[in-house]
Design a protein around this ligand. Structure first.
Ligand code: SF4
Length: 226
């Protein structure tokens, strides 16, 4: 299995730091990338990435949506508003580094960084293809290494599968996993397109995921003052 469950918070004691210089270099390279357009996968490649800064929590979504594409900020649309609600419920303080204040402490990213466009059915956005994800994955791997987060939040089934393999949303959300010595907390996609989160049993799983995120925030804060 690529993951393990029920790792106690006290099992993690490594003090991590973002390598801001390395992240700055990566930001420049991502911003200049047009690989998916050059390969014919996208009509327009417009990578979304923030300015480099320290962060202890890294959020990985699926791909930018239309509002993010337009505003140039990850999770700028309704999915960000829902995600911000989960972060606020987990006790993250409001800051001024993001449109949705409670997301200010997190480094936000996604499996691919360019808007894939609408889905063929017209219901939501097109999911990025395997080829697009493969082209973008080295950026994500380097981003994780440069940010060096204590906590990774996976948003949506595609992001969960990319790190945990073939696991059902039902079995992932509400659980805490370990990946490369980091706490990993899965959430469902926050866009509202999926009805999964409307079922009472799944609402309870999301509440449990928020509680796990709160415990991780408190652990990281404790370790920062030691
Ligand atoms: S999705 Fe990633 S690999 Fe593709 S063009 Fe955008 S930044 Fe480059």
């Amino acid at each position: 299995m690529p993951y393990s469950t029920h790792i106690a918070p006290e099992d993690f004691t490594t003090v991590r730091r973002t390598d801001v210089a390395r992240l700055t270099s990566l930001v420049d390279r991502v911003a200049a990338c047009r690989a998916c357009a050059a390969a014919g996968y996208l009509a327009e490649a417009r990578p979304i990435i923030a300015e480099a800064r320290e962060a202890r929590v890294l959020v990985i979504g699926q791909a930018p949506g239309p509002v993010t594409h337009r505003e140039g900020v990850h999770f700028a649309g309704p999915a960000g508003r829902t995600l911000a609600g989960w972060f606020a419920a987990a006790g993250f303080p409001d800051g001024d580094a993001h449109k949705w204040p409670s997301l200010s402490a997190a480094w936000l990213t996604s499996l691919t960084r360019c808007f894939p466009g609408p889905s063929a059915s017209g219901n939501g956005d097109r999911a990025p293809s395997t080829k697009e994800m493969a082209l973008c994955r080295p950026f994500l791997d380097e981003e994780i290494a440069a940010v060096d987060p204590d906590v990774v939040v996976l948003v949506g089934a595609m992001a969960i599968r990319a790190f945990l393999g073939a696991i059902k949303l039902d079995d992932a959300v509400g659980q805490r996993f370990e990946w490369q010595g980091r706490a990993l907390i899965p959430f469902p996609h926050s866009s509202g397109v999926s009805r999964w989160g409307n079922l009472p049993a799944n609402k309870a799983k999301i509440e449990q995921a928020v509680a796990l995120l709160r415990a991780e925030r408190e652990r990281v804060e404790r370790e920062a003052v030691q």
